[in-house]
Design a protein around this ligand. Sequence first.
Ligand SMILES: [Zn+2]
Length: 311
Amino acid sequence: MEKIYFNIQIDCESTQRTIHDPALGERAIRGLGEVFAQTGVRGTFVVIPPDLKVHAALYRELEAEGHEVGLHIHPAEQGYEEFLGVYGFDEQVKILQEGIDVFAEGMGRRPEVFTPGYFSANDHTYPALEALGFRHGTVSISTRDLPQCACVWGSSPLEVHYPHRHNRSLAGDVDFVDVPPTVDVASRMWGGAHPQDLRIELVDAKNHWYTIHKNVKRQVAAGEAIPVKHLKGLTHNIFDYSHPHDFRRETLFGVIAAARQICEQQGCELVPATTGEIAAEYRRRAPLPRGGMKLGLDTRGRAAWTAQKTV
Ligand SMILES: [Zn+2]
């Protein structure tokens, strides 16, 4: 049976200066842990360094329960500009290394999974992540076009992929597995700049149903062309997921139930997984290419036109 890997990522930033509520952050993480335990779902918690300093013990508990913990960076929280994608290679390495050091102190090891705030990145970002030993993460978001956040992705892959060394919107040979969030590129928000994604707090469960349905159908129809099929939802630890009637908590339950039901209807099996488990499966199925991917323009129309003229 075709497998659809399912992951929820939580960007943990309750200590951000604009939020500054680590108690809410803790309730959110504990509540999410409960929802995941009840539904068998695996979470990927990516955490900004100041949150790690206050909640490291809790993250070690979540890791022991089978969830994944990694690094999230908002450079402004470390005294830099807000967006990672405005920096060159050396500066990105420095900003990331500061986060790695805090992470290693709290978790007793280096992080393997990474997500930048706002999905802000440029062509230096993937090589910087590779150089620092990150193995996987969620960096790209296809069709999000927010130059004011240094977040411009064009038609980057919807699927799990190795990124290109010199062009962030292409697949290539960087030894880092990018697991993009699930989006509906045709449903535009924020004046057309942002595709509706599977961000729990964005819309309600009945709206998310269509995004899930569309993405499951598309991937099943693609068959072997998509070696590892996935659904990836997102949220933040700034909502009270511990409250039984919290709207986001209800939406999360609704999204998980819808994903299971749609997979079943389409003859697939929903497999809960961390981002790391999805990346590991991709590495098993798709060896890292040497020298990147071949590009080419589709010139079949010109060939047909030339053939027609010479008849
Ligand atoms: Zn963030």
